[in-house]
Design a protein around this ligand. Structure first.
Ligand code: ZN
Length: 61
């Protein structure tokens, strides 16, 4: 039996250009940062980031 108490890691994707932080779980909705350099598309299982790797960093809080 699995205990439903696993720690939930919160992943944020930070745009280095505008400083915007987007929560990784966007409910599969494409979400852009303020300057639109990056776009995040994610859910519980995965996080996809569209954009130049140099323009963003992954932050686990
Ligand atoms: Zn940006």
């Amino acid at each position: 039996m699995e205990i439903a108490n696993k720690p939930q890691k919160q992943t944020f994707i930070k745009c280095k250009k505008c400083g915007d932080e987007i929560f990784g779980d966007t409910k599969k909705k494409m979400t852009y940062c303020q300057c639109k350099s990056i776009a995040v598309d994610g859910c519980d299982d995965y996080v996809r980031v569209n954009g130049d790797k140099e323009n963003y960093e992954i932050i686990d809080k």
